[in-house]
Design a binder for this molecule. Structure first.
Ligand SMILES: C[S@@+](CC[C@H](N)C(=O)[O-])C[C@H]1O[C@@H](n2cnc3c(N)ncnc32)[C@H](O)[C@@H]1O
Length: 262
């Protein structure tokens, strides 16, 4: 039996999308409990429990990304440096592009010279990806292993595959790079944008280091690998609006790593 209404409420710490259903179940559990219908109360509470939001510590990495994707615009990500990165990448990459690990951001502005396909393993992030007209693929890059292939692309080949701020979260970056290399056109490029100082500390598996990324890229057959400092500095962020700086460390750098097979 439920001792009080607040005891019933204890079960309804739920995600907002389940709120209506949880409210209804809580009301029914309370009524059943007040009437002494113990078995019915137990069954309703079981349904209610299955809707409970998991605490952060109990969430998988994918669930943590989903949690972040459900926040209000501007709560996470964004910031003026992302606009600068977007301007640089949009000017540089044309043709058919796979924006892998896209989250709910795109660095590629719409252009008649560009077809963009977005990929992420977090459905909630893909739902918020800003260009609904683009094809969006829900796929876990970690499930491929070294011999995997992205068969669902068939014969489609990409002029560029881009990963922005994803390197730190891949279980086996070299294996992923090897798989992505197979879907590049002959002159195609794999581009990484990364920053060694940034990343979500409770999800990252490593910190980006240009030398390590270069080693992995060469290992899987990319013959030409270049590393560029993108020239974006935190002080520029301060001049671009009222955003709070994430860091003022002068070592804060954004790198563009570009790899090709030719
Ligand atoms: C730091 S966010 C970067 C998002 C976006 N590129 C940006 O710069 O704002 C990393 C993204 O990688 C995605 N991700 C992490 N592991 C993945 C995996 N194994 N397969 C596909 N996507 C993954 C997460 O869901 C998240 O959206």
């Amino acid at each position: 039996m439920l001792g009080s209404r607040s005891e019933a409420a204890r079960f309804i710490n739920v995600h907002i999308k389940n709120f209506e259903r949880a409210s209804d179940l809580a009301r029914r559990a309370w009524e059943a409990s007040c009437s002494g219908r113990i078995e019915e109360t137990r069954k309703i509470l079981e349904q209610l429990c299955s809707l409970r939001a998991k605490p952060w510590e109990g969430k998988s990495s994918r669930e943590r990304w989903a949690h972040m994707a459900m926040q209000l615009p501007g709560d996470v990500g964004g910031g003026p440096h992302k606009k600068r990165i977007g301007a640089i990448l949009s000017a540089r990459y044309q043709g058919r592009i796979l924006e892998a690990m896209c989250g709910f951001n795109s660095y590629l502005l719409p252009s008649p010279d560009r077809e963009v396909i977005a990929l992420d393993y977090c459905r909630e992030a893909l739902e918020r990806y800003p260009y609904p007209e683009r094809i969006r693929v829900a796929f876990d890059l970690d499930c491929l292993g070294q011999k995997g292939t992205l068969d669902f692309f068939g014969k489609v080949r990409f002029d560029a595959v881009m990963i922005c701020f994803g390197y730190d979260y891949l279980k086996d970056p070299a294996a992923t790079f090897g798989v992505l290399r197979k879907i590049l056109a002959k002159e195609g490029k794999l581009a990484l944008v990364e920053n060694p100082l940034r990343g979500y500390p409770d999800i990252i598996l490593r910190r980006f280091a240009p030398e390590e990324a270069t080693k992995y890229l060469r290992r899987v057959g990319f013959k030409k690998v270049t590393v560029e400092d993108m020239g974006i500095r935190p002080y520029e962020e301060a001049q671009l609006g009222s955003f709070v700086l994430e860091t003022t460390d002068s070592k804060d750098r954004f790198y563009l790593v570009e790899a090709s097979s030719g």
